[in-house]
Design a protein around this ligand. Structure first.
Ligand code: ZN
Length: 84
């Protein structure tokens, strides 16, 4: 009877090896460069965000992209000169 057990173990091992060879585990995560995602740099904190997920504002006809509203506010407070 021990032969049958050995056979089963062998079959399971072969099954695993074949499965691994045919369907390798998806371990690699996608990097920052996703298809169709344009990366832009935040002028305030210098971090990179995808255009789709950025905080976009047009100031004086110029389109600006920030990573968050907080950065946009920082930009406005540091770049908009007070009227004299
Ligand atoms: Zn930012």
């Amino acid at each position: 009877m021990s032969r049958l057990i050995l056979y089963i173990i062998l079959l399971v091992l072969i099954y695993w090896v074949v499965k691994r060879a045919l369907f390798p585990p998806k371990g690699k995560a996608k990097g920052p460069e996703e298809i169709g995602e344009e990366m832009i740099q935040d002028p305030v904190c210098q971090c990179y965000v995808s255009k789709r997920h950025s905080y976009a504002v047009s100031i004086g006809g110029k389109k600006l992209f920030f990573c968050s509203e907080e950065c946009y506010r920082k930009y406005m407070s540091s770049n908009v000169l007070p009227k004299t």
